[in-house]
Write a protein that binds this ligand. Structure first.
Ligand code: SF4
Length: 129
């Protein structure tokens, strides 16, 4: 929802894509697969960065996804899943159908929304959505 980033189609985040700590960030149940993929990516990236001997300690500390970010993402995933669990079976099915329709639409139409990508990609290219 950050105006300059929205205007740029999600390619001009002024905060280096720190979405999980940003008041402009919005998500919904249709993004649950991406949120889970992102968590897996953060965990993989953290292990790889912490295991490398090619970085000075300060660089390793800054390159590794933080425990805070990982914890925030886990909380968000649980919140979305818990919200789905609280629905009636009928409402849950409707949400799943809507999420499926949104996911299909996003495959063929650029809605201009920021997406969460690889942590390492984000650190290498600050202009990546
Ligand atoms: S891309 Fe993420 S960090 Fe950047 S303004 Fe949007 S929500 Fe905030």
């Amino acid at each position: 929802m950050e105006p300059s980033n929205v205007k740029a189609g999600g390619h001009a985040c002024p905060f280096r894509f720190r979405c999980l700590g940003c008041g402009h960030f919005r998500t919904d149940a249709s993004y649950l697969p991406e949120l889970k993929d992102y968590l897996a990516t953060l965990l993989r990236d953290r292990e790889r960065v912490l295991a490398t001997g090619e970085l000075d300690s300060w660089a390793r500390a800054e390159a590794a996804p933080s425990e805070t970010e990982i914890g925030k993402l886990r909380q968000l995933i649980h919140r979305v899943e818990d919200s789905m669990d609280e629905l009636t079976d009928e409402d849950r099915e409707q949400i799943k159908e809507a999420a499926t329709a949104l996911r299909r639409t996003r495959q063929v139409v650029d809605l201009g929304m920021p997406v969460i990508g690889s942590f390492v990609d984000q650190t290498r290219n600050e202009h990546r959505p």
